[in-house]
Write a protein that binds this ligand. Structure first.
Ligand SMILES: Cc1ncc(C[n+]2csc(CCOP(=O)(O)OP(=O)(O)O)c2C)c(N)n1
Length: 398
């Protein structure tokens, strides 16, 4: 069967869409409950938004999670890791239901946060809030740099988006200011943030410690700022389409969500970071119109619908591979240099530290141009900054 990639339209969402989002919610609360550990609030709150992104916009291949031109998805609010594991499971990655049931258990492929390329399909999730924001900016910068270096007319070899799901805590952190300022300055138009704005943090409302106007702040950084009701799938899709369309500015989509959506703890910090409890899980399922038993129940039509990614993804990868084959035939030297630089073989570190920066720059042919690399004072005092992405070349044979 030939499958067209899902179009990023704001078409009406169906009951099936709602069912799929609720499947994400139920897997998250059952897994956290079984582990008696974890964070149900974010997956419950951002399930609708994440579902829209993953099924209508994200370019990914569950059968080959590391293919070079995939879109990147960074879960900066890594504490919501069950959101990501549920998405991976439901869209057909190598993450069976038994692994979901073993959330946060020793040896499981659902260890929780932070995580980096341990579970197939996890790009990176963070523990220290704000770090994923820096990672995302670094990844978008890497995309820009590699595109400038290797793309040629008719050969858009490097051409993907970087999506970051971040939370209030991420944007409170100082690193988010530095990283996002740079992203705006560099006009990283393929960088899209989904900001889970739920007004709740670890111990209470964000108003206890956070009162800035985040939208105005990002406008000042020269970002496009959009807003959407996180539970209105059509609105989220519309905002994502607008974000993609603005190629001159990174985009921040402020997603107004209810933490713990559907649970009796909705809208309170009690939904943030502990199992809901048996009664509250039951009540949540009732509110969502979900069967109470068995736990971890997912209707067949949810799998059927969400696993379309296993058909669309390989198709998109095959198209890219055909492009690369033509590129290799036309530009063999560039192609072999490019292979040494592919994200599969290289690791981009968004935040470089001074101990590794200078020696690394000496040996890496693919580091950014000197003007952005070391200004005169940085030559004397190189410091930590996302301005210095580093491509670590593979030690294994290519
Ligand atoms: C740098 C850093 N400081 C503190 C923490 C501890 N911490 C984990 S989650 C959290 C609150 C996060 O609140 P928010 O980002 O609003 O997430 P939500 O409650 O909406 O899920 C905190 C303070 C951390 N992970 N990293």
């Amino acid at each position: 069967m030939t499958v067209s990639p899902n179009q990023p339209t704001a078409s009406a969402m169906s009951e099936l869409d709602r069912l799929c989002a609720n499947a994400i919610r139920v897997l998250a609360i059952d897994a956290v409950q079984q582990a008696n550990s974890g964070h149900p609030g974010l997956p419950l709150g951002m399930a609708d938004t994440a579902y829209v992104l993953w099924t209508r916009f994200l370019k990914h291949n569950p059968h080959d999670p590391a293919w070079p031109n995939r879109d990147r998805f960074v879960l900066s609010a890594g504490h919501g890791s069950m959101l990501l594991y549920a998405l991976l499971h439901l869209t057909g990655y190598d993450l069976p239901l038994d692994e979901i049931k073993r959330f946060r258990q020793w040896g499981a492929h659902t260890p929780g946060h932070p995580e980096y390329h341990y579970t197939a399909g996890v790009e990176t999730t963070t523990g220290p809030l704000g770090q994923g924001v820096g990672n995302g900016v670094g990844m978008a910068l890497a995309e820009r740099y590699l595109a400038a270096r290797f793309n040629r007319p008719g050969f858009p070899l490097v051409d993907h988006y970087t999506y970051v799901l971040c939370s209030d805590g991420d944007l409170m952190e100082g690193i988010s200011h530095e990283a996002c300022s740079l992203a705006g300055h560099l006009k990283l138009g393929k960088l899209i943030f989904l900001y889970d704005s739920n007004n709740i943090s670890l111990v209470g409302p964000t108003s206890l410690a956070f009162s800035e106007d985040v939208g105005k702040r990002f406008q000042a950084y020269n970002w496009q700022v959009l807003e959407a009701d996180a539970h209105n799938m059509a609105a989220v899709a519309q905002a994502l389409a607008e974000a993609q369309a603005d190629t001159a500015r990174p985009s921040l989509i402020i997603c107004h969500s209810h933490i713990g959506y559907g649970s009796p703890k909705q809208g309170t910090h009690k939904a943030h970071g502990e199992a809901l409890g048996v009664d509250a899980v039951k009540q949540t399922k009732e509110n969502l119109g979900w069967p109470l038993e068995p736990a971890f129940y997912v209707p067949g039509q949810v799998y059927e619908h969400m696993q379309i990614a296993t058909e669309v993804g390989p198709q998109r990868q095959a198209e890219w591979q055909a492009l690369f084959d033509r590129y290799r035939a036309a530009l063999p030297d560039m192609a072999s240099a490019g292979i040494r630089c592919t994200p599969k073989r290289c690791q981009m570190i968004g935040v470089a530290c001074c101990q590794v920066l200078r020696p690394t720059l000496r040996v890496l042919p693919h580091a950014p141009p000197p003007a952005r690399r070391l200004t005169p004072w940085r030559k004397r005092y190189p410091r930590c900054s996302v301005a210095q992405p580093i491509f670590i070349l593979p030690t294994t044979p290519i």
